[in-house]
Write a protein that binds this ligand. Structure first.
Ligand code: FAD
Length: 630
C-alpha cells in the first residue's frame, strides 16, 4: 500500500547521519520522514561512548554551528569533558566528551520527537522506488510504500553486515541488530559502485569485576569544564566521572599471538579493509611487535550502568582468547565480559559516485551519508548527514545545493576528499587533512558557518540571536583593544615586569600587548596603573568571547596570511568545470588522466587536481584549454 502522506524528504536510518539529516531537512521547513529499523536505537553509539577528539570535535562544532544536535546532546549526556592538545595552538585544540549512552540516545530522540515537520516510522526499508533515473520513495519490509521527492540513505554498517567472532560469523547490522540484506541487494542491482569494509569493537566489561584501585585515574578537565555546543552550558552536564588506565603486557601479547590462527583477520576470513589508525589489538601486537605494552582506557558507558568500554582492545579473536587477554591485564584479573568484542564487514558505496552535495550521480534525488560512504565515526557521519539533509531539502525547495569549500569547513574537506579520492580504508577526519587548518578552528566554527546556516534556513532564532550577540561583543572588544593605549608614564615598571615580562619603552595598544607570547587576555586585564587604576578593563565576561578575541589578536598575522593564500587559490580552485565535459578533447593530457577525469567528472578545477594521477602540469593544460574555449 501507499502511505497516505507524501513527504518532501525521506531519511532511511536513525544513526548519527540519519538523525542529523532528518533534523536538518525538517529545520529547513520540509516535511520529513525518518524511517528506521527501531525507534529505540535512534542515536545509538555502536562502538565507543565518546564524541569528539582531534578533527572529529571540529566536525561536531560545525554541525552545531548550523543548528545540528550532536554537540548539544553531548552537553546533556557528557560525563567527562576534556580539551585535547590544550597546550598546543588553537588550530589543533579539540573537545572530547565521554557520553552516557542512554542519556545521549534520550537527548537525540527527544529532539527528533519535538522537531516540527519531522515524522518517525519504525520499519526496515527493503527497497527504493525509482522512476526513470529519479528516486521517488522507499518500500518497507512489510510492503508499505512511502513517497517523497528526495531520499537520504544512511544505513551505516548494516548493508549486508556480517559479524565475526573468531571463526564464527553471522549476518547482523551490529551486535543485537538485524542486517539490511534486501536493501543492499537492491542497491547492487542499481549498479552503484560498491565495496566492502570492516570495523571492530572491544568486549565490554562489568565494572564490578574490575579492580580500579590498581589503575591510574584519569579525570576530565575541571577548571573550567568544557562545553561542546555554542548553545550549551555546564549546568546541562550530568555528574562528571573519571576514566581509568591499565596496560597490556607480555603475557597479553603472548595470548594474542597464540590465538592468531583462529583470528578471522589473520586467516583470511575477513576480506573487508579495516581502519589502519584504529587497529584491533591483534593488529597492534602484529604491527608494533617491539612494543612491550599498550595503554588501555577503561571508559564508563554511563551513570546508571556498570558497563565499561576498554578503549584500545578492539578485537575479533575467539571469545576464549578475548577472556584470557582481558584477564591478563592489571586490575582485570577477575574481569567479567558482558558483551564479546567483534568485527563487522559491511557494504559501502564508492563516494566518487557522489556529487559534492552528496547526491548520487546516477540517481537523482538519492543522497548518501555516513558510514555508507566509506567513512568511520559518529562525527563524520553526523556532518555528512546534516549536509545531505540540507541539500535534499534545498533540492525539494528548488534551490541550489550548498557545498562547503575546503577553506570554509572540515565538512568541506571531508566531502571533497571522499568524492575526489574515494576511500581505500574507512575514512576518518584528522586535522592534517585540512590545508587551511589555522582558519578551520573549533572555536570559530560559528563565525564560519552560522551565518550560512541562517541564510539556508537551518539556524533557529534563538541560536542566531546568541551568535549575533557574541559576534558583536567580539567586534567591540577587538576595537577597544586596538584603540586603548598604555604608556610607560601610567604603567609602573614593576607592574609591566609582572604581566609583560619587561618595562614598556614606548606606548602600545592593548592589542599589541596581547600579541606578546607571555600575555593572555586574563593577565592583560589584570594590568594596574600607577595609582592602581584599572588600565585594561573592564574585561568581557563571556569566556567564548574572550577566547575568540585572544585568538584573533594573537594569531592575526598567520590568519591574514592564510586568508590571502585562500584568495590566491580561489579563482582556480572554484572554477566550475562544464557539466558533461569531454576530457578526451584536451590535447596533451595522458589517456589515463583523460579517462579518470571523464569517469569522475569533477565539478571544479580544484577537484580535478585532487584526483590521483592528475598533475599540476595537467591542470595547466586544462586551464589553457578552458581559456581557449572561453
Ligand atoms: P549507524 O550509526 O550504523 O546507523 C545506521 C542506522 O540505520 C541504524 O539506526 C540502523 O538501524 C538503520 N538502518 C540500516 N539499514 C536500514 C534499513 N534498511 N531500514 C531501516 N533502517 C536501517 N567508529 C569510530 O570512529 N571508531 C571505531 O572504533 C568504531 N568502531 C566500530 C565498531 C563497530 C562494531 C561498529 C558497528 C561501528 C564502529 N564505528 C566506529 C563506527 C560508528 O559506529 C559509525 O561510524 C557510525 O555509527 C556511523 O553512523 P551512521 O549514521 O552512518 O550509521
Amino acid at each position: 500500500m501507499f502511505y497516505p502522506k507524501e513527504f518532501d524528504v525521506i531519511v532511511v536510518g536513525g544513526g548519527h547521519a540519519g538523525t542529523e539529516a532528518a533534523l536538518a531537512a525538517a529545520r529547513m521547513g520540509q516535511s520529513t520522514l525518518l524511517l528506521t529499523h527501531n525507534i529505540e536505537t535512534l542515536g545509538q553509539m555502536s562502538c565507543n561512548p565518546s564524541i569528539g577528539g582531534i578533527g572529529k570535535g571540529h566536525l561536531v562544532k560545525e554541525v552545531d554551528a548550523m543548528g545540528g544536535a550532536m554537540a548539544i546532546a553531548t552537553d546533556e549526556a557528557g560525563i567527562q569533558f576534556r580539551i585535547l592538545n590544550s597546550s598546543k595552538g588553537p588550530a589543533v585544540r579539540a573537545t572530547r566528551a565521554q557520553a552516557d549512552r542512554i542519556l545521549y540516545k534520550q537527548a537525540i530522540r527527544s529532539r527528533l520527537e519535538n522537531q516540527p515537520n519531522l515524522w518517525l516510522f519504525q520499519q526496515a526499508v527493503d527497497d527504493l522506488l525509482v522512476e526513470g533515473n529519479r528516486v521517488v520513495g522507499a518500500v518497507t519490509q512489510v510492503g508499505i510504500r512511502f513517497r517523497a521527492r528526495a531520499v537520504v540513505l544512511t544505513a551505516g554498517t548494516f548493508l549486508d553486515g556480517k559479524i565475526h567472532v573468531g571463526l564464527n560469523n553471522y549476518s547482523a547490522g551490529r551486535a543485537g541488530d538485524p542486517p539490511a540484506v534486501s536493501l543492499s541487494a537492491r542497491l547492487k542491482e542499481l549498479a552503484l559502485p560498491q565495496g566492502r569494509l570492516k570495523t571492530g569493537t572491544p568486549p565490554r566489561i562489568d565494572g564490578r569485576s574490575i579492580d580500579f584501585s590498581v589503575m591510574q585515574e584519569q579525570p576530565g578537565d575541571l577548571n573550567p569544564v568544557p562545553v561542546f555546543s555554542y548553545m550549551g552550558t555546564t549546568a546541562m552536564h550530568p555528574k562528571q566521572v573519571p576514566c581509568w588506565i591499565t596496560h597490556t603486557n607480555e603475557k597479553t601479547h603472548d595470548i594474542i599471538r597464540a590465538g592468531l590462527d583462529r583470528s578471522p583477520m589473520y586467516t583470511g576470513v575477513i576480506e573487508g579493509v579495516g581502519p589502519r589508525y584504529c587497529p584491533s589489538i591483534e593488529d597492534k601486537i602484529h604491527r608494533f611487535a617491539g612494543k612491550e605494552s599498550h595503554q588501555i582506557f577503561l571508559e564508563p558507558e554511563g551513570l546508571t550502568t556498570n558497563e565499561f568500554y576498554p578503549n584500545g582492545i578492539s578485537t575479533s579473536l575467539p571469545f576464549d582468547v578475548q577472556l584470557d587477554l582481558v584477564r591478563s591485564m592489571r586490575g582485570m584479573e577477575n574481569a567479567y565480559i558482558l558483551r564479546p568484542g567483534y568485527a563487522i564487514e559491511y557494504d559501502y558505496f564508492d563516494p566518487r559516485g557522489l556529487k559534492s552535495s552528496l547526491e548520487t550521480r546516477q540517481i537523482e534525488g538519492l543522497f548518501f551519508a555516513g558510514q555508507i560512504n566509506g567513512t568511520t565515526g559518529y562525527e563524520e557521519a553526523a556532518a555528512q548527514g546534516m549536509l545531505a539533509g540540507l541539500n535534499a531539502a534545498l533540492q525539494t525547495q528548488g534551490r541550489e545545493a550548498w557545498v562547503p569549500r575546503r577553506d570554509e569547513a572540515y565538512l568541506g574537506v571531508l566531502v571533497d576528499d571522499l568524492i575526489t579520492k574515494g576511500v581505500q580504508e574507512p575514512y576518518r577526519m584528522f586535522t592534517s587533512r585540512a590545508e587551511f587548518r589555522l582558519s578551520l578552528r573549533e572555536d570559530n566554527a560559528d563565525m564560519r558557518l552560522t551565518g550560512i546556516g541562517r541564510q539556508l534556513g537551518c539556524v533557529s532564532d534563538a541560536q542566531w540571536q546568541a551568535f549575533e550577540n557574541k559576534r558583536e561583543q567580539v567586534a567591540r572588544e577587538m576595537e577597544r583593544l586596538r584603540t586603548t593605549w598604555v604608556n610607560p608614564r601610567i604603567l609602573a615598571a614593576t607592574e609591566a615586569e609582572r604581566v609583560l615580562g619587561k618595562a614598556l619603552e614606548r606606548e602600545y595598544s592593548l592589542a599589541d600587548l596581547l600579541r606578546r607570547p607571555q600575555v593572555n587576555y586574563e593577565s592583560l586585564m589584570s594590568l594596574r596603573g600607577v595609582e592602581q587604576q584599572d588600565l585594561a578593563g573592564p574585561a568581557v565576561a563571556d569566556p567564548a568571547v574572550r577566547e575568540q578575541v585572544e585568538i584573533q589578536v594573537k594569531y592575526a598575522g598567520y590568519i591574514d596570511r592564510q586568508a590571502k593564500e585562500v584568495e590566491r587559490h580561489a579563482h582556480y580552485e572554484n572554477l566550475k568545470m562544464p557539466v558533461g565535459f569531454d576530457y578526451m578533447e584536451v590535447s596533451g593530457l595522458s589517456i589515463e588522466v583523460r579517462q579518470k577525469l571523464n569517469k569522475h567528472q569533477p565539478e571544479t578545477l580544484g577537484q580535478c587536481g585532487r584526483i590521483s594521477g592528475v598533475t599540476p602540469a595537467a591542470i595547466s593544460l586544462l586551464l589553457v584549454h578552458l581559456k581557449k574555449k572561453g
